[in-house]
Design a protein around this ligand. Structure first.
Ligand code: FE
Length: 197
């Protein structure tokens, strides 16, 4: 997004905010609360908890893959805007990558705010067309034998990747596993490195 577009968006946002406050639909406090919540409280840590639980509890993992939103809600994380969340599992043979080609739809309740690159035109347009090249730019070099599937999030349906549990973590506690899970691995632009490396 260029500077002019950013200024336009900022202006439109402020205009909308003033209008909603003027009409008594929301208060400035509520806006501040929501922004603060997504900036500080909700971050990829929620998603990391979901992933670590799925790695350690096969029943939970089954429920998560069947109905992402419900299984995520079990851990106390509500789906933002009531959107459906579909969780897709990476395996040694299939690697999933998430994008929103239209704008920046993202599973906020588990991953927090999307990174800037996720919202960029370059990522949105190239992830579908040349996912392997895009992953290489994220330093993820997948063998040709690995199939890459790209998932296009939208406002009603948002995707989250369940990354592969790295080797060498068999004895790890759930808390230790949580600390290994990165935001990028849940978008599908990274794998989780084995801690023994
Ligand atoms: Fe979007």
């Amino acid at each position: 997004m260029n500077t002019t577009a950013q200024t336009d968006t900022a202006l439109r946002t402020r205009a909308l905010e003033s209008l909603l406050i003027e009409k008594g639909l929301i208060t400035e406090d509520i806006i501040d609360e929501v922004v603060e919540k997504y900036e500080k409280d909700v971050g990829p840590l929620n998603g990391a908890r979901v992933v670590a639980r799925a790695w350690t509890d096969p029943d939970y993992k089954r429920r998560l893959l069947e109905d992402g939103r419900a299984a995520i809600a079990e851990l106390g994380f509500d789906s933002a805007h009531g959107a459906k969340i579909v969780v897709i599992e990476n395996t040694p043979d299939v690697h999933h990558l998430v994008v929103c080609t239209l704008c920046s739809c993202y599973p906020w309740s588990v991953l927090g705010l999307p990174p800037n690159w996720y919202k960029s035109y370059a990522y949105r347009s190239r992830a579908v067309r040349e996912p392997r090249a895009v992953l290489l730019e994220f330093d993820l070099n997948l063998p040709d034998t690995v199939e890459i599937r790209v998932w296009d999030s939208n406002s009603d349906l948002r995707y989250m990747v369940l990354p592969e549990r790295p080797a060498g973590t068999e004895d790890y506690t759930e808390e230790q596993l949580i600390s290994l899970v990165t935001r990028d691995s849940m978008i599908g632009v990274a794998k989780i490195e084995s801690p023994s490396k």
